[in-house]
Design a protein around this ligand. Structure first.
Ligand SMILES: [Zn+2]
Length: 473
């Protein structure tokens, strides 16, 4: 799950997802053109949301611009932190580098951050992206976005998600990006050997989680000798500098991420026992039993395990149910029929059906659609169920029970759910990391997770006064 923010109310954004589904790219990478990646891509923001911290955004922009200036290919690049708990960083070939708030939580000093920044900038300056169309890179970053506006929806959702992960740099490109990361971070004055340490942290997180979400190591393949290689490159780069002191900035980095949300943010919606809860928007509804779900700022999407049916929940614009229905029908490309007014748990609602037009794409199957629009105060929400005409009857009852289960969220325990956060603590006396974490209330089952977060072993000793991270409310 990623996020489902208040921006669900924004009506126009669904269209942004449309071009992703089509294989035809309009923006091919042109090496000769000046790179113009200053602004974040609307599709990336639609999927993840912007991480709302002007201070941290300003920090990475400042570091990014400083490194861009000494790089092999200066340009008007941009740097953005997206609101995702996944541990990843990626670059689009037009010159924009994205960090997730998840990866920001896992860096343990500025030298580690700067090394990864240099690595991503290296993918841009060495033009690794030119081998892939912009859209194919984006669609692999945005894996799982099902684009309900797409006529070839069923073709897409029928594919296992893994097949959509086409963004994977070659080992050769990775080695070159590592080399450039070392070069650039050394050039701006940081100790690049810390980048190698961070790759070890990444390996430990991968080993611990069974997540299928693309993370740094799945999109930037690791080589067996990566750690040694980066250490060596760093030593060589530092030798050529002579005796200059290299920056690490552990304490200042850690202080800068105090309070950073950690993991999923339940304020933006969360799933528990097959129910979707949205504390900020104060509603809940059931998810069809056994279905998979995925949350994004644009929509909450539920899919039948084999991809044979999809149910999307999203915000729609309009001041009346009829107007919202027209807007939605237009966006998903159907002519609405059988429209009927109804009431769902006290909320005025409208139900209609239609068929998506067949597309020119040979592989696509036209979908039959049933939509429920619900008026909740000034907001209009839609449940959009899709299946092929032949199987629609099988899934219609599941679409109906989710939509008809929409109700006001009143349980305090769900309404008050808060995200966990990274807190920076100081060791009062010399102690092992295990002792220091335990003294700060970390339960034993989470000790290893927090050791990885700290880039340390539980048996490592902290001198008095040393800073370390603790996850808490
Ligand atoms: Zn890479």
């Amino acid at each position: 799950m990623t996020t489902f923010s208040r921006r669900i109310l924004r009506p126009a954004t669904l269209l942004l997802l449309l071009p992703l589904a089509s294989a035809t790219s309009t923006k091919l990478y042109r090496p000769a053109a000046p790179l113009q990646g200053a602004q974040p891509d609307p599709q990336v923001l639609a999927q993840f949301g912007l991480y709302n911290s002007p201070k941290l955004q300003a920090y990475i922009t400042q570091q990014g611009k400083r490194m861009t200036a000494i790089s092999d290919r200066p340009g008007d690049y941009g740097f953005t932190i997206v609101d995702s708990p996944v541990i990843n960083a990626f670059a689009t070939p037009d010159g924009h580098v994205y960090f997730t708030r998840g990866i920001m939580a896992y860096f343990n000093d500025e030298a580690q951050f700067t090394g990864v920044l240099g690595h991503e900038l290296g993918h841009i300056t060495a033009q690794h992206g030119k081998k892939q169309q912009r859209n194919s890179i984006l669609s692999s970053i945005l894996v799982g976005v099902a684009t309900i506006a797409s006529p070839n929806l069923l073709g897409r959702i029928a594919q296992p998600a893994a097949q959509l992960v086409s963004l994977k740099y070659s080992r050769g490109d990775e080695n070159e990006a590592d080399q450039l990361g070392v070069k650039y971070s050394t050039k701006v004055g940081y100790d690049a050997s810390h980048m190698a340490n961070f790759f070890q942290t990444l390996e430990r997180t991968e080993a611990q989680s069974g997540s299928s979400t693309p993370t740094f190591l799945s999109t930037h393949p690791n080589s067996a000798d990566r750690y040694q290689r980066v250490k060596q490159l760093a030593a060589q780069a530092q030798q050529s500098l002579g005796k200059r002191t290299l920056t690490v900035n552990r304490d200042s980095y850690l202080r800068s991420i105090e309070g950073l949300p950690f993991g999923d943010d339940p304020r933006q919606g969360f799933v528990e026992s097959s129910v979707f809860y949205h504390p900020d928007l104060k509603f809940r509804f059931p998810i069809p039993s056994g279905w998979k779900s995925q949350n994004s700022p644009e929509q909450f999407q539920m899919s039948e395990p084999n991809g044979k049916a999809l149910l999307a929940f999203l915000g729609v614009g309009g001041s009346s149910l009829e107007e919202a229905a027209q807007t939605l029908a237009k966006k998903i490309g159907i002519t609405p029929g059988n429209a009927q007014r109804t009431t769902i748990n006290g909320f005025p609602a409208l139900v209609f059906e239609g068929d998506q037009q067949a597309s020119q794409d040979q592989q696509s199957t036209p979908a039959h659609v049933q939509a429920y629009i619900i008026q909740d105060g000034k907001s209009m929400f839609a449940f959009v169920g899709l299946a092929t005409a032949a199987t629609f009857g099988t899934y219609a009852p599941q679409f109906a029970s989710a939509a008809q289960g929409y109700q006001r969220l009143t349980e305090a325990s769900k309404l008050n759910r808060q995200a966990e956060r990274v807190h920076i603590k100081q060791a009062k006396t010399a102690a092992t990391l295990s002792q220091a974490l335990t003294a700060n209330g970390v339960p034993s089952k989470r000790l290893e997770e927090e050791a990885i977060l700290n880039g340390m072993q539980l048996t490592d000793r902290l001198p008095a006064g040393m800073l370390f991270k603790v996850i808490g409310q």
